[in-house]
Design a protein around this ligand. Sequence first.
Ligand code: HEM
Length: 412
Amino acid sequence: MPDALNPADPAFARDPYPYYARLRAEGPAARVALANGTHAWLVTGYRQAREVLADPRFSNVPPRAAGRPKPDSPAQRARGCLARHMLNTDAPDHTRLRRLSTAAFTPRRVDALRPRIERLTADLVGETAERLARDGSVDLVDAFAFPLPVLVIGEVLGVPEADRADLRTWTYQVGSPADALAPGAVDEAWTSLHAYFTELIAQKRRAPGDDLFSALVRDAGEGGLDDGELLAMAFLLLFAGYETTMNLLASASLLLLTHPGELATARREGHDRWAAVTEEVLRHASPLEGTTWRRTTERVDLGGGAVIPADASVLVVLAAANRDPEYFPAPDAFRPDRYLADGGRAAAHVAFGHGPHFCLGSRLARLEAAIALPLLFAGLPELTLAADPAALDYRPGLLVRGPRVLPVRGAV
Ligand code: HEM
């Protein structure tokens, strides 16, 4: 094992899997020194990952914000609001927030988004085709994988179309490293988002639409979420929904472009095969590399020699669990057929988590992929990679994983 794990190391960000495989071989959970001087327990075994995610002794409430700057600027206050969301709570608070949100996220409401998502996707594919024709190559993350989820969340939140360009810009800015933008731009984006969502809630109260967020605001009036919780919910939907889905679409495009046989089969066979492709991308390229951090409320013995003390930071590494060879034969191979009805007995992946915090947006994410991938490859049939896949730059960190840029070219 290397001395300390540096999640910002570009080689690790691109391919963390050999490291996780070595860690798993030593035991289902291990205490790892991180390059920032802290330690964390990384859970890499599939069975143990599910156990931890369903075990109330692993808390989601972040430790007291010791050492963090006081929320004394508007931007920090705006960020502070974000921290009140349900992913940062345990039962019974979590149960209440989750119940109210699940009521708004019914399968019927999610499925009703289909025609809108189809139109948004077709428009983006058209724009990407124009850019390809004009420039010869484009970054598929920038042109497609990033904007589509943001536009879809715009539908979920019922953001008027005229405001979506702003939403897209602010989201991009708060998700970018501060040093990549003009000084103050990130802070400004946070305060703009805060002000925008505050006004959006007021507007939904005055004139509710048929969007999911209006349903949440309406339920709030009946003893549900307070205004701060609604604001945090809007932020959570935006951030839980865009970066994850962006990575899913980017990794799916990359895997299909580097596995042309699989792409051809999906094109030929249609719906069920595309669904299997999506499941296998979720397993193979887990867009959320790790869950949010957990903290042990007491000593926990996970078996296999892994005994985690009380008050320890724990990260369930979904990317590692999804490649546990005990559950997924040939785990490093991209084989969509393992998720076909007659394709064997692949275990359910944990890309959407497990237990009480299981992804609220999994149905929406699957719907987006089911629409986006076939339309993208039908609209741009000549798409090819314009970069060496082994040299692509990946997002740093242990929490999300996906290529930062995906240069493609294609005759259109
Ligand atoms: C490919 C896309 C996505 C992936 C891989 C993904 C994955 C996950 C995972 C692993 C969790 C659990 C995290 C934990 O236990 O710490 C989670 C939670 C959550 N996701 Fe997703 N997600 C995706 C898309 C979405 C979308 C589109 C939305 C909503 C619009 C969404 C909303 C949420 C919410 C609200 C939670 C918190 C649930 C709770 O705390 O009870 N996600 N997601």
